[in-house]
Structures are given as structure tokens and as C-alpha cells.
Design a protein around this ligand. Structure first.
Ligand SMILES: Cc1cc2nc3c(=O)[nH]c(=O)nc-3n(C[C@H](O)[C@H](O)[C@H](O)COP(=O)(O)O)c2cc1C
Length: 404
């Protein structure tokens, strides 16, 4: 996807560098445009290094007729060659110029010439955000089809607390990829995806958990939503922003995860269980903190409910995809899990491999399919792996259940 990232002169301009990086991680090609005020906050060099492209800062960069012809009027070309324009931070000033059709610089001129999708992420002081002029401009821009990502509430750089913070760059990138995604091949599907670890209480302050970061499940949810699906993401405790357009159901224990997944089973057309659910739990944790003593102690553990096996029994013609984090015999273990749990696909990965699996931004997996095939997915970002899994899911459903 070709994306123009317009950066306004707000204190949050530094976060646009992270946004550029996040968009590149999603596989987007990113052209950055800075306003003159943005250049007061962050240098073009930062963006040039991150995107491997020249940063545009000047409407009148071409100094002669020849140069103008050679660049074929850069703002018009940029408008034609890109599918999405995201402006972050969108200052009060830029919102006013966009709403009123003013075009004194490159970004505002490009905005008027642009026919693709426009996403605006405003960030400013709370009073500026609440000012009737800004409110009117936002209303006008939204009514004209611009996507507005409302600012978060919190402590602002000016020292006040309220609405005005730029949302997490990862969340903006996610919104850009979802809104701009050209392929809506999961339109009409309902995906229930589980992600992250579970926490099983030992006492009120301690728990048993695992190293799952939830990144793979969150990437799957983001990509499925981008491809047009309705997505319910049942998530254990993780440190990730909820993907754009995804309904997140937060749970803590294996028992809570089981209940949440089963609640949404009926409406699901595809179920992906990527959570790393605890196999054992403490059935009756004490209500008070266990005191330290010099004596050896042991904890009695009981097995948790097998969510995947229950889904396998109840799934009907829904597509069921499980994950197998293995330390050896990848395909063999994947196939065994597929048979015993009645899955249609098992995504097997070697968690011992350096730079892939738990906590990593990349993954390298083998897709074990009910049709008998197994497909190697070489190392790539978890977002790209997510797309491969969803591609195979659609093919597999056609082969197994001949639904269109
Ligand atoms: C330190 C400082 C911080 C600023 N932060 C913001 C901000 O967060 N949001 C905003 O809308 N304007 C902010 N402004 C005001 C803009 O920089 C000013 O309106 C400028 O004309 C915006 O230009 P641009 O929209 O072309 O980038 C700030 C100004 C200064 C001096």
C-alpha cells in the first residue's frame, strides 16, 4: 500500500517517526511530507532514514520550468500515486485549512488534489480541541468522508489533563492499514480469535503465566479486520493496543477465556485459537497472600478445561485453527494436535528458534492442514504471517466445507 504521511507542527510530531516505522513494518511504502512548523519539531533526516525516501517539505522546491516539468508537479503526482493520506499529528491549523480549502503549502495543496482515503489524527491542547472552531472543522471534515481518529485522553505536554493526545502510533498504523486495505475478501465473516497468555492465581498477588506476548493473535485480528471481517478478540493480559475496528474481550484466567470464547462461538464462522492457555491452575487459591517461611512449599495444580478440544467437538462446519508451540518434531506434533482436537489447521512453530515465536515481531511457522498438506512459511513479520494464515483459511474452507 502506498501511503503519504503528513506531519503537522505539533508537540506530538516526534511520534510520527514511530508511525512511519510502524507503517513500514506493515509492508507499506511511505512518503513523508512535513509542514514548515513540523520541521521546527523534527528534522526530515529522521524520516528519510526510516523510509529510505526523500522527505517533501517545500511546495516550491522546483526552481525552474524544467525542474517543474521533470518532477511533473510533485503534489499532483504524489496525490495520484498514493492510496492513503494520513496526517499525524493533524494540528488545529491543518484541520482549519483542510476544512476551508486553503492551500498555502505542500501538504494542504496535496490534500485538495488527493482522491484516496484521508485519515486525520488530531493532537493538541484540550481547549484547542474543544474550541467551537475546531469542533466545526472536525464535523465538516468527517461529513466529507475523512476518517477522524479521535485523540486520547491523558496528561498533555502543556501540563493539563484531558483530550488531545495523539493515539499510540501502532494503533494509527493499524487503522491506516485497515481503512486502506484494498482486498475485502473476509467481508461477511465473523472471526473469534484468542490471544496472549492466561494468568492463574496462586494467591491474591501471585500467578502462573507464560511468555506469550499476544503479538501473533493481535496481528491476525488486525489483518482479518482489514480484510473486512467482524473480529472478536478474546485476549489474555498483554501489553498491546486493541487493533482498529476489533472488539476486544479482556480476560485473565483460562476459565474466563473458555467462557468468553464459548459465548461467541455461535456467531463465529472462523475460530483461531492462538492464545497460550495455562494447562494447569490452582483450584482454590487462598484469599490472603502466602507468607514466606524457611520451609519448602509445593503447590497443587489441577488441569484446566481444554478449550480447543471443546471447540473441536462443538464447531460444526466452522473452520477451527489451533496453534502448537513446540520445542521439537514440529509437523508430527502439529498433525497429532489437529487429529486429537479436530482442528482444520494447526499453525506449528518452534518456540526455541532465535528471533521467532514468543515475544518476537517475526515468526516462522508450518501450516499443517486437514487436507494432508503442510506449508512452510519462512520467517517474516507476524502481520505477513497472519495474511498467509488467512489466505490458507479461505482456501481450506472452500476445499473442506465448499462454502463461498
Ligand atoms: C511548543 C509548541 C507546541 C505546539 N503544539 C501544538 C499541538 O500539539 N497541536 C496543535 O494543533 N498546534 C500546536 N502548536 C501550534 C502550531 O505549531 C501552529 O499552529 C502552527 O502554525 C501549525 O502549523 P502546521 O499546521 O502547518 O504544521 C504548537 C506550537 C508550539 C510553539
Amino acid at each position: 500500500m502506498n501511503v503519504i504521511l503528513g506531519v503537522g507542527g505539533g508537540i506530538a510530531a516526534y511520534k510520527a517517526a514511530e508511525l512511519a516505522r510502524a507503517l513500514m513494518e506493515h509492508g507499506a511504502s511511505v512518503q513523508v511530507v512535513l509542514t514548515a512548523a513540523a520541521e521546527e519539531f523534527i528534522r526530515p533526516l529522521t524520516f528519510a532514514a526510516l523510509t529510505n525516501r526523500k522527505v517533501i517539505t517545500d511546495l516550491f522546491a522546483a526552481r525552474s520550468a524544467e525542474e517543474t516539468l521533470a518532477s511533473s508537479v510533485e503534489h499532483i503526482r504524489a496525490a495520484q500515486e498514493n492510496e492513503v493520506l494520513v496526517v499525524a499529528p493533524a494540528t488545529a491549523d491543518l484541520l482549519a485549512k483542510f476544512a476551508h480549502g486553503l492551500a498555502p503549502d505542500f501538504l494542504t495543496t496535496l490534500y485538495l488534489a488527493f482522491t484516496g482515503k484521508v485519515i486525520l489524527a488530531p493532537a493538541m491542547n484540550t481547549n484547542m480541541w474543544n474550541h467551537p472552531a475546531t469542533r466545526d472543522n472536525i464535523e465538516t471534515l468527517a461529513a466529507r468522508g475523512n476518517y477522524i481518529l479521535p485523540p486520547d485522553e491523558g496528561l498533555l505536554a502543556c501540563g493539563t489533563t484531558g483530550a488531545g493526545r495523539l493515539p499510540d502510533p501502532a494503533r494509527i498504523a493499524d487503522a491506516v492499514m485497515t481503512i486502506g486495505h484494498p482486498r475485502k475478501d473476509l467481508d461477511g465473516e465473523v472471526l473469534v480469535i484468542s490471544a496472549g497468555p492466561t494468568q492463574e492465581a496462586i494467591d491474591p498477588v501471585r500467578f502462573i503465566s507464560n511468555r506469550s506476548s499476544g503479538k501473533m493473535g493481535y496481528a491476525l485480528a488486525a489483518k482479518a479486520a482489514a480484510r473486512g471481517a467482524r473480529v472478536v478478540l478474546v485476549s489474555g493480559p498483554v501489553n498491546l493496543p486493541g487493533p482498529y475496528g476489533v472488539e476486544v474481550v479482556s480476560v485473565r484466567s483460562a476459565a474466563e477465556m473458555r467462557d468468553a470464547v464459548m459465548t461467541h462461538l455461535e456467531e463465529a464462522t472462523i475460530i483461531i485459537k492462538s492464545a497460550a492457555v495455562a494447562d494447569y491452575y490452582v483450584a482454590n487459591p487462598p484469599p490472603q497472600k502466602i507468607k514466606k517461611t524457611a520451609a519448602r512449599m509445593s503447590i497443587e495444580l489441577d488441569p484446566t478445561a481444554d478449550i480447543l478440544a471443546e471447540l473441536g467437538r462443538k464447531k460444526g462446519d466452522r473452520l477451527l485453527i489451533g496453534f502448537a508451540a513446540e520445542t521439537q518434531n514440529l509437523v508430527q506434533e502439529g498433525r497429532r494436535k489437529m487429529e486429537t482436537k479436530n482442528c482444520d489447521m494447526v499453525v506449528a512453530n518452534l518456540v526455541t528458534r532465535e528471533g521467532a515465536g514468543f515475544e518476537s515481531d517475526e515468526n516462522e511457522v508450518t501450516l499443517v492442514l486437514r487436507t494432508g498438506e503442510s506449508i512452510q512459511v519462512p520467517r517474516m513479520s507476524k502481520f505477513e504471517v497472519a495474511d498467509k494464515i488467512l489466505d490458507q483459511a479461505l482456501k481450506l474452507r472452500l476445499a473442506l466445507y465448499s462454502r463461498t
